[in-house]
Design a protein around this ligand. Structure first.
Ligand code: ZN
Length: 124
């Protein structure tokens, strides 16, 4: 005899029955999916905040350059950003809230140019 994973009642009948009722079955799966999407939200949220914290830490002067591997080794993930700003020359800065970064190659080393959000960036 087993118990329903949703309401924890004892299940009667066929031994391969996993839930006591169709209601519990769908409620259980609904709950599972809900937990899954909440944990995706939580992990993206956490990564964005980590990115922002690192960009802020390495960008005390308002504009600076840091080696890519340094940021990555501290947990920075460039795939997570909130928005972007494209310069008139076509360079693309990715932002985590008010802190932005752009990857550049300088003699074999990959670096990030770090900037902070400015009001004029809204209109471009
Ligand atoms: Zn049940």
């Amino acid at each position: 005899m087993s118990n329903c994973p949703y309401c924890h009642e004892t299940i009667y009948g066929r031994s391969d029955k996993k839930f006591c009722s169709p209601y519990c079955k769908s409620a259980y799966h609904y709950q599972q999916n809900k937990n899954k999407s909440e944990s995706l939200f939580t992990s993206i949220d956490r990564q964005l905040k980590t990115n922002r914290r690192l960009l802020k830490t390495y960008n005390k002067a308002g504009k600076s350059t840091v080696r890519k591997e340094v940021l990555l080794s501290e947990g920075f993930n460039p795939r997570y950003f909130t928005h972007y700003w494209k310069t008139q020359k076509g360079s693309l800065y990715l932002f985590c809230y008010e802190y932005g970064f752009m990857e550049v190659k300088e003699s074999n080393a990959s670096k990030y140019v770090l900037v902070t959000w400015q009001d004029y960036m809204k209109s471009q």
